[in-house]
Write a protein that binds this ligand. Structure first.
Ligand SMILES: [Zn+2]
Length: 532
């Protein structure tokens, strides 16, 4: 068995088991030892003592190596050191309480899990350590010096969301994290870049702190706005546009399904009319308020003043300021019948009365009144001709803004798996020319970033501006402010996708430690961990 244990330079004595612990006496094989001070060999032993070292377990038993360490006289009379201690092989480090291979194994485990879990696993495999020892072992791991970096990816990440942020640096050629820095204001990045003048290309988000730091430290480096962020920012922008336009889209869809649906010509048109007030006619007060806001703004009053004197929110004033006519309110906000269509249609087809159907809807969470429900559905084809209605089975379900903005990026709508979603999306696009235009821009933006024809960029920006939606316009203005880096994004193939992956990895490592990790610990783990 001793031959299996083997450690270079160490000879083992007879194994014995004391209290379930396998105890192995050991000593260095070397006969003569070099003085660390004058390098002269010595054979004269002064004294010896025993070091107890933990080694890798055997079966389920802890292994304890009792190593005899000798002290030698230096025979060089001119040497400062009269007595020195031998260094018994590479596997045993001075002052360590475990063999190197044991430490390596524990550290490899601890890099991948939290200290508490690491301690638990270590105990399971007969290498008991406490969580605090586990932490110390990670802290003592050296971080290898950074090699030369040619292409650097920079991004920010939240250390404490909303409070403190960090910067992650990725070697874009290897995809590995090089370092984590505190803060995202570019100050720590500045210090780091000073040590890396060899960097030729930097990919980054459009955050200006990074761009100005890179410009000042590496004036010759090419800066590339990250494609991933560009796409994401644009899709966020499109999402916000759709959220604002949503009411109008919803109304147009509903009108179409109820009134002009060519699929069921059997149903007389009068029967499908929705009462005006339910369709979004605003009451007089809101109309008055809108006109008042408009008038006050025209007279030069500030948002705040208007909001205060009319007792309405500043957001409402801002919203009104942007439009010329009071937008039609969607009926969905008040009574979203879409959610209850199944109950309603089944109820009518079974010949149930209004109060009975209403009671069921109430149970399912419907908030509207019975009279509103009655008004809405008394002449509805679902009631008047339930069998015909059922046969046609029109779906009034609407897509969420999130879904719409996601589907806008589908080049081929037939790729939308959900059939109803696909039909709705096609309808929406046929109904709204603005949406159609936005879709065109989403698709061409993607193409633009995937291709490398920079001349198309200008065209794209002009066309996006011409749609005349303020959010899209400010997005384009943002691009113009960073135009060189955006052009580089089109022309080069570097993308921060890898950095983004590393940020996600970082988040998962942070979660693993229940968000309590110190910055240094997190840094070590992110740089050194192999699978986390
Ligand atoms: Zn010496």
């Amino acid at each position: 068995m001793v031959s299996l244990i083997s450690l270079p330079g160490i000879s083992f004595g007879v194994v014995c088991v004391i209290d379930g612990i396998i105890t192995i006496p050991a000593r260095s094989k070397q006969k003569s030892v070099q003085c660390p001070c004058c390098n002269i060999m010595s054979k004269r032993v002064h004294s010896s003592y025993t070091r107890i070292l933990r080694d890798l377990p055997i079966s389920t038993h802890c292994v304890s190596v009792h190593l005899t360490v000798r002290k030698f006289f230096c025979k060089n009379t001119e040497c400062e050191k009269k007595i020195f201690t031998e260094q018994p092989g590479n596997e045993i480090k001075a002052y360590s309480r475990m063999t190197k291979r044991t430490r390596d194994m524990l550290q490899n485990i601890l890099l991948e899990v939290s200290a508490r879990k690491g301690s638990y696993i270590a105990n399971l495999i007969s290498l008991p350590i406490s969580p605090s020892t586990a932490l110390r072992m990670i802290d003592s791991l050296p971080i290898p010096p950074t090699e030369k970096v040619t292409v650097l990816g920079v991004d920010d990440w939240a250390y404490r969301k909303g409070l403190t942020y960090g910067t992650v640096l990725v070697n874009m050629e290897t995809g590995e994290v090089i370092d984590l820095l505190i803060g995202r204001d570019g100050v720590s990045l500045k210090g780091w870049l000073a040590k890396h003048p060899e960097i030729e290309i930097v990919t980054r988000d459009r955050a200006s702190a990074y761009s100005s730091t890179v410009s000042s430290m590496l004036p010759n480096a090419i800066q590339v706005a990250d494609k991933f962020h560009l796409l994401k920012n644009f899709s966020d922008c499109v999402y916000s546009v759709i959220r604002i336009e949503y009411r109008n889209l919803a109304i147009s869809m509903n009108e179409k399904s109820l009134q002009t649906e060519p699929l069921h010509p059997e149903i007389p048109k009068e029967n499908e009319k929705v009462p005006l007030n339910a369709k979004g006619e605003r009451n007089e007060y809101i109309k008055y308020r809108f006109e008042k806001v408009k008038a006050m703004l025209k007279d030069g009053a500030g948002l705040k003043t208007v909001a205060r004197s009319l007792q309405i929110s500043r957001n409402a004033v801002r919203r009104y300021a942007k439009v010329d006519v009071l937008p039609i309110k969607s009926i969905y906000h008040k009574y979203d019948y879409n959610e209850y269509l199944e109950i309603i249609s089944i109820g009518f087809s079974e010949g149930k009365s209004f109060p009975k159907i209403y009671a069921r809807m109430k149970e399912a969470g419907f908030k509207g009144s019975h009279s509103a429900f009655y008004c809405q559905f008394k002449d509805h084809p679902m009631r008047t001709t339930p069998t015909v209605y059922k046969a046609i089975n029109i779906k009034l379900r609407l897509l969420s803004p999130r879904k719409i903005s996601r589907y806008l990026a589908f080049k081929d709508l037939s790729k939308i798996k959900d059939e109803t979603d696909r039909e709705l999306m096609e309808k929406l696009l046929s109904k709204s020319s603005t949406l159609k235009k936005i879709r065109e821009q989403v698709l061409t933006f993607k193409e633009l970033l995937l291709g490398n024809n920079v001349t198309l960029l200008k065209e794209w920006m002009d066309r996006t501006l011409s749609i005349g939606i303020s959010q899209l316009q400010s997005f384009v203005r943002g691009l113009m402010g960073d135009i060189e880096a955006v052009k580089n994004a089109v022309e080069t193939n570097w993308s921060n996708g890898q950095v983004e992956g590393q940020v996600n990895r970082l988040k998962s490592i942070k979660r693993q430690m229940y968000g309590r990790a110190s910055f240094e610990l997190l840094r070590r783990k992110v740089i050194l961990s192999k699978v986390g």
